[in-house]
Design a protein around this ligand. Structure first.
Ligand code: BTN
Length: 258
């Protein structure tokens, strides 16, 4: 089946703008880079850049993202949010991915703070948000989503122990088009809700697998340890240190401790 079967995506899409303009590559370095060029050239909000394969897929913290052809979803959404809504993109994106997975497969998807999507003890999707701001104004924001749909994770030794795919969990193939259509629907709905100031963090919070657990958080300048006590409406993590003090963390790399 060639990817994407656009009519299958479009026939199931209920969005007003998201995915209505679609730029597709069978192979590309990174959809983030193409999306950046599109955004800088004035692409309308809601444009999406989709690829079957990435040869230089990027993850957070300078890591690479395994992006073999014929199996997964690699997509970047071009958005032009307010600064207020920009802060909530790392809530909206993993929540939309989790809801799409559940709708199409019945699998329960959890979120590892801030925005990794896990099934059981393994990561099934990752999100990379890159934004361009000028004088406190958001020019554009690029929400990159990599979702392992039909990948044989065992074939990639570097991630075999920590990653999973929908097919691996279900034991059958899943349509990438169906998952993508649901993902875009949920994303647009939540993005608009965030724009109206609705508390989108509540449903995200319910799915967080870190709350109440001891964690280690890697920050650019230090490592924090403590219990992940709660999150706030902007998605920040409230960490209770061993000495009883509470620290608010905006972004970091969380490891669950035993
Ligand atoms: C992470 O968990 O580290 C984030 C992974 C993000 C991967 C996606 S795939 C589509 C987009 N293009 C990229 O190069 N990266 C993101």
């Amino acid at each position: 089946m060639p990817w994407p079967d656009l009519s299958r995506v479009e026939s199931q899409l209920h969005t007003e703008t998201l995915g209505r303009r679609l730029v597709y590559y069978s192979s590309v370095g990174s959809t983030q880079d193409v999306a950046r060029q599109e955004a800088a050239a004035g692409a309308p909000e809601g444009t999406i850049v989709l690829a079957d394969e990435q040869t230089a897929g990027r993850g957070r913290l300078g890591r690479s993202w395994a992006s073999p052809p014929g199996t997964n979803i690699y997509v970047t959404l071009v958005l032009r949010p307010s600064l207020e809504v920009l802060r909530r993109l790392s809530i909206v994106a993993p929540l939309a991915v989790s809801l799409a997975i559940e709708e199409r497969t019945g699998l329960r998807a959890g979120i590892k703070w801030p925005n990794d999507v896990w099934i059981g003890e393994r990561k099934v999707a990752g999100i990379l948000i890159e934004s361009e701001l000028v004088e406190g104004r958001v020019l554009f924001s690029l929400v990159g989503i990599g979702l392992n749909v039909n990948m044989d994770v065992a074939a990639i030794p570097e991630i075999a122990d920590i990653a999973t795919s929908l097919r691996h969990e279900l034991g059958r193939e899943v349509s990438r088009e169906d998952v993508l259509a649901s993902l875009l629907d949920h994303f647009e709905r939540l993005y608009r809700a965030a724009g109206r100031g609705e508390p989108v963090h509540l449903a995200w919070r319910e799915r967080l697998i870190v709350l109440g657990r001891p964690v280690r958080v890697g920050l650019p300048d230090r490592v924090e340890e403590g219990v992940a006590e709660d999150v706030d409406e902007n998605g920040c993590l409230l960490l209770r240190r061993a000495d009883g003090s509470l620290v608010t963390i905006e972004a970091g790399d969380v490891t669950l401790r035993a």
